[in-house]
Design a protein around this ligand. Structure first.
Ligand code: FE2
Length: 384
């Protein structure tokens, strides 16, 4: 499949003009971190360290003077997760957990100037969650500011040019993590949001008009449908392409689609999956599997048809099938991907592991096989 040029696919949409920006008014240096609100951060941290191989690099809690909550900062490559839990049920984080279970709350974006990022986005209609403020300690200072995005999710702009510590003021540095079992994960490739019926274009417009993103690719229900269900997706990317946010909405099908199941159980809009990049997917997925991460399985027939569909690839087919890794190709090259099962008991958030070999695809050629695998899981949960 060819990657859509930025201008062509939006031409037929009313928001086309607002997606065209002559200059990048919100320059992003990448994803700074992702913060999850969880019921028990100590135990969730153990899962991400032992199963996903992340290292605990910093901690804040009662021992460090943060009396109301505990936060564990985990890192692998450039991927940084913060797991936060409230210490009392009256804390606002507890309300989020009551509503959504363990879930992504903050998609933090790394900027040179947080005040300007907040000003640029709020002046274009973003709803402010926190006006710019400074946190400082002996290692310097960071400037932070936050705005709302879909559901209860927020974006925090992080300016850390004058900070030299491990993560952020107020956190105690953890020198070495003897529990971590690294698997070769490098950076976040993309983060997908599920939004409600007919809300996709509203959020595509938000990322275009308010955040200066452009349409990168889109998929309609003809690309993404099985016998039972369908979804539509548009991928929004920031100016330098470091940050990509596909936005999904459900589409009419014979039965309840995976996006509807998510919206029911989350409930409401939220982060559906986080795609983590590796440069050796066979190694990464072998390790993750050994360490207890559960992946979706695809049928043998997928691999018998694969060679014909994607042509010659470097990886042995038997290895790909043993692990359940999927392959897709576009005019730039090919990519390998695999999806975990949901990582909490609610059928909500999951992970994708992705290795790009030139391709800018999001796996369009795999949608059918993949969604049939997801539907088999939905069926087992009685939710199809
Ligand atoms: Fe993805």
């Amino acid at each position: 499949m060819s990657a859509f040029p930025v201008s062509a696919p939006v031409a037929s949409h009313s928001q086309a003009a607002s997606l065209t920006n002559d200059r990048d008014f919100l320059p992003l240096k990448g994803t700074d971190h992702v913060e999850f609100y969880v019921g028990n951060a100590r135990q969730a941290a153990y899962y991400y360290r032992v199963a996903f191989g992340m290292s605990l690099i910093a901690y804040a809690g009662p021992e460090t003077g943060q009396r109301d909550r505990a936060s564990y900062v985990l890192q692998q490559g450039k991927i940084r997760f913060v797991l936060s839990t409230p210490l009392r049920s009256s804390h606002p984080i507890a309300d989020h957990i009551h509503r959504h279970g363990d879930a992504v709350k903050v998609i933090a974006l790394w900027v040179d100037d947080a005040r300007r990022a907040w000003q640029q986005t709020t002046s274009r209609g973003a709803v402010s969650v926190a006006e710019p403020y400074v946190k400082a300690d002996d290692d310097g200072q960071v400037v932070l500011a936050s705005i709302r995005t879909y559901g209860d999710t927020i974006h925090t702009f992080v300016e850390r040019g004058n900070y030299h510590g491990a993560f952020m003021p107020g956190y105690q540095v953890i020198e070495e993590d003897h529990l971590a079992r690294p698997v070769g994960l490098l950076h976040i490739d993309h983060m997908v949001g599920n939004v409600g019926w007919h809300e996709m274009d509203e959020w595509v417009d938000f990322y275009g008009r308010v955040m200066g993103f452009s349409l990168y690719q889109h998929f309609d229900d003809k690309d993404i449908s099985t016998e039972y269900s369908a979804l539509m997706s548009k991928v929004m990317a920031n100016g330098n392409g470091y940050v990509k946010f596909p936005i999904n909405e459900p589409a009419e099908g014979k039965r309840r689609s995976q996006v509807e199941e998510y919206l029911d159980f989350f409930p409401g809009p939220g982060v559906q999956h986080i795609a983590l990049a590796t440069d050796d997917i066979l190694h990464t997925v072998t390790k993750l599997t050994e360490q207890g991460v559960d992946f979706l399985h695809v049928p043998h027939s997928y691999y018998t048809e694969l060679q014909e569909r994607v042509g010659k690839i470097d990886e042995p087919l038997e290895e790909l099938e043993r692990l359940g890794v999927l392959v897709d190709r576009d005019d730039q090259g090919y990519m390998l991907q695999i999806f975990t099962k949901p990582v909490e008991d609610r059928p909500t958030q999951f992970y994708e592991i992705i290795q790009r070999k030139g391709s800018r695809s999001f796996g369009k050629g795999n949608f059918k096989a993949l969604f049939e695998a997801i539907e088999r899981e939905q069926q087992l949960r009685g939710n199809l």
